[in-house]
Each structure stands twice: as structure tokens, then as C-alpha cells.
Design a protein around this ligand. Sequence first.
Ligand code: AMP
Length: 330
Amino acid sequence: MKSAPKSAIRILEEIKSHQSFCVVGHIRPDGDCIGSQLALTLALKSLGADVVCWNQDPLPPKLLFMDPQGLLQQPQKGYKFDCVIAVDAASYERIGSVVDSITERKLLINIDHHPSNTRYGDLNWIASNASSSGEMIFQLMKAARWPVTAEIADGLFTAISTDTGSFQYPSTSPDTFQTAGELVKRGASIARICDEVYQSYSLSRVRLLRRVYNQFKLTDENQIAYLWLKKSDYSKTGATREDTEGLIDHIRAIEPVVVACLFEEVEPGETRISLRSKHPDVNVNEIAKLFGGGGHKAASGARIEGSQLSVQRKVISAIRKALKTLSPEE
Ligand code: AMP
């Protein structure tokens, strides 16, 4: 496994010389964000530091198992911190309303693996080739020689497993497998985690999935697949926003599809898009950036204002343009 880079060592020096911390992540936290936030919080607590772990949004019900101690809390006012550490948050805005509660701080540390990260911290460690922020937190903990308990190992294993699509995405490197192996050695419970994450879907999600298969559309010689999830889809199935996690993978998995796009109605006039690319030369991070979002080459997202029809037209046309750069035999 690679040794920690200078930026990580510098971050450790700062952590060691401070006492009060706030660990934050991104809005609508996913497994990688939650696992990284919790692992870092537990590690800092075990060193005797004063730590709070805040996110604007609560844990999605499906990932409640990750936080048996209820460490992840909603932000409160009136706190002062030596260090705020943001994990897995590609921009300061992605931290959401938590930013209003972390203004009293000496230092902002930014640890992330998104290539679109805007380097908003006073100290930034951005490893865009890391599979997940969880993999980075493990590297940090190893460099610091902090004990990795079974609880921390569970969080980091879940982080890595969820952000690599269960070790399938191209971001999965030999280091990723080595890290996962070390986490299992330290007590990560693969069977329980996989059961909770991959074998425990709510019935409402399954009803939503049925609509996905009924409603998705294909265009551009089946190279683009897209799907709308509207408020009525939630009310008719009893599903919630959390139930959408991973739904896009079902249309991404269709053989001729190169780019999959999920349009999700957030509010009338506001749409959230999720993009997935299966081709190394089609970079959906660049497409998301056109709309003020970001992410990775193969997975990205954005929030876009405008009528549903105009959002759909603009996004599909941007995807089409990206596909045109591929040579015909591809
Ligand atoms: P999602 O489609 O929500 O699973 O997101 C795919 C990837 O894009 C994740 O790594 C997200 O963190 C990132 N992402 C999603 N939305 C945004 C956004 N508005 N700005 C920056 N990154 C985003």
C-alpha cells in the first residue's frame, strides 16, 4: 500500500496539535461519506479529543446500521472548533447548511477523492485516484498508527464497498483490495455489511424499481438511457429519496448503454441529475460541470433549475455531444 502523501502528513500534524474537532460530510450522505465521517470521529474520540460529527441530513434508513451509537448529528449553533474536517465533500456548498455552524474555527481541512474538488480547505488532501474517501481515511489512520477497531473497520469497509459498486468500478485498484483485506483482518463483518447494504431492500424501493423498468427511455441507438423520477413516483410507491440509491445502475447495466442519466424532480423547477458513464473516454464529470455539478469521470451529479423539458433537452444534448467524440466503431 502507498505511503501517505505530504498533504496527509501535514494534516496529521495539525490534528495532533489540536483538541476540538467537527467532522462534516456532504448533503444527502452516502455510504462513503457516512463511513468516513464516523471512522474519523471514532478515531479522534479514542485519542481523547472533543469531537462532534455533523451532517445537514440524517442517515438514510438503509444505512442506520452504520451508526449504532448515534454519533452523526444535525448541526447546532454556538460551537467553536480548532479544526473542522470535511470528508467526501467536493465543494464547500456540498457541506450544505452545516456551513453556518462551523464558522468559528481555526482551520478547515478538506479530505476527498472527487477530481472536481474545489480545494476550499486551508489544508487540502485530494486523491482523485483513490476509490473512495474511506480508503483515504484508512491510509491516514495507518500513517498515524491510530488503532483501527472493528467498529471503524466496519465503517470504512462499508464506505469502500458502496463507493466502488461492491468492488466493480474501474476506480477499484490493488490498494483498494489490500485496504479491504486489512479491514477484514481488523474485524470488518463482510457478511453483515453485505446483508444490510445489498440484501435488505425495502418493498417501496422494489415498487420504485418496477417503475424504473416500465418508464426508462433509450435514445441515440440505445447508447443513452434516461429516466425521470417525479414526486408522483414517490407518492404512488411509498418510496423516499433514500430509496433511489443505486437505481441508476439498473439502466447503466443495459449492454448498449454508454451513459445513463437519472432525472429526479426535487421541487417544481428544480431537477437533480445523476450521470453514469461506462466508457473511459466519456467523462460525465465534465458534463455535470456544465450544469454546476461535479463528481467523477464515471459517476457525477448536479442540480439544475428550469422546466423539466428544457433540463432534459440540455442534458441529453450535452451527453450526445460527448458521445460524438468517440470513434464510430466504439
Ligand atoms: P450520485 O449520482 O448522487 O450517486 O453522485 C455521483 C457522484 O457525483 C458522487 O461522487 C457525488 O458525490 C457526486 N455529485 C453528485 N452531485 C454533485 C454535485 N451537485 N456537485 C458535485 N458532485 C456531485
